[in-house]
Write a protein that binds this ligand. Structure first.
Ligand code: F6P
Length: 327
């Protein structure tokens, strides 16, 4: 371990995810344990540019383990995309004698972190925090489990009313470019079909599935649509289906940002705590420009540019089984 790391900063950036606070707590507690000063940066990269810093003590992170959102706040910073913005951010780190940076976020956050590292060589470790689970180099990202549970809770309620009226519901879930939430939620709620950006299932193929379901006396059905599906969102898909198939009274529900909020699940709290501690240890081991993840229950470091450029695949067993289970 490198004892030269005396002061590090931590920030959250991009879309918030349940468990980010647990990760911040992991970082702070690990810093205190290792006698490293920890600085919280507010409002993501915008706060880094503006020097919006505050020292975090062991008790600054008390009672946040079970809280959704992020106590450090977040942003999707346009300024950090500019050369001048990143220069200011570097100057703010330098003038505060900060030796390393931990960024908790998703794809956009790591893209910025990688560019920043290439320009200024600031040791940076990324912690995967996004409900989308679309980062290569970790089996699960912080917030994915909680968001999936929130979707399942909502779809179970939709199922009650769908059943009562013999209706077909199209439920749109988050996942800009990825169908992880949709696939898991589809299995967990017994959806008849899941529409995933990775699969590009056609409307005609979907209608065949619906017809088969009706023939085998399904009275109501749920189709989960990942927002990034190539056919469009849930409203568009529902309209396209209605043009060709009138077997059901059809309704649409878009779950939206409700999926990002709420208290993190036990799984996400543990995952985030482990990753927060490991991120600090990564900096102490002189790692940089890497993301810490957990693969097969083991902490693993992956280069940031790989984490963002490599495509994380859906679980093919889950895909295969979802088709068997939904007949
Ligand atoms: O953080 C990921 C995500 O929740 C995506 O699933 C979604 O497309 C996007 O963020 C929404 O971002 P915003 O809250 O900025 O509209």
């Amino acid at each position: 371990m490198n004892k030269n790391v005396k002061k590090i900063a931590v920030l959250t950036s991009g879309g918030d995810a349940p468990g980010m606070n647990a990760a911040i707590r992991g970082v702070v507690r690990s810093c205190v344990f290792n006698e490293i000063e920890c600085i919280g940066v507010f409002q993501g990269y915008d706060g880094l540019i503006q020097g919006d810093f505050k020292k975090l003590h062991v008790r600054s992170v008390s009672k946040i383990l079970g809280r959704g959102g992020t106590i450090l706040k977040s942003s999707r910073s346009d300024a950090f995309r500019t050369v001048e913005g990143r220069k200011k951010a570097f100057e703010a780190l330098q003038s505060n004698n900060i030796d390393g940076l931990i960024v908790i976020g998703g794809n956009g956050t790591f893209t910025g972190a990688h560019v920043f590292f290439e320009e200024y060589g600031v040791p940076i470790i990324g912690v995967p925090g996004t409900i989308d689970n679309d980062l290569y180099g970790t089996d699960s990202t912080i917030g994915y489990d909680t968001a999936t549970n929130s979707v399942v809770e909502a779809v179970d309620k939709i199922r009650d009313t769908a059943n009562s009226h013999n209706r077909l519901f199209f439920v749109e879930v988050m996942g800009r470019d990825a169908g992880f939430i949709a696939l898991r939620a589809g299995i967990a709620t017994g959806a008849i079909a899941v529409m995933l950006p990775e699969q590009g299932q056609s409307i005609d193929a979907l209608i065949k599935v619906l017809e088969k379901g009706a023939e085998s006396k399904k009275t109501s059905s749920i189709v989960i649509v990942a927002e990034g599906d190539t056919n469009g969102g849930a409203y568009e898909i529902a309209n396209k289906v209605k043009e060709k198939y009138s077997g059901y009274d059809t309704k649409v529900a878009v779950l939206g940002h409700i999926q990002r909020g709420g208290s993190p699940s036990a799984w996400d709290r543990v995952l985030a705590s482990r990753l927060g501690v490991s991120a600090v240890e990564g900096l102490m081991m002189e790692r940089a420009d890497e993301m810490v993840g957990i693969i097969n229950d083991k902490e693993t470091f992956t280069a940031l540019d790989q984490a963002i450029s490599m495509k994380k695949m859906l679980n093919i067993e889950e895909l295969r089984m979802s088709k068997i289970l939904s007949i």
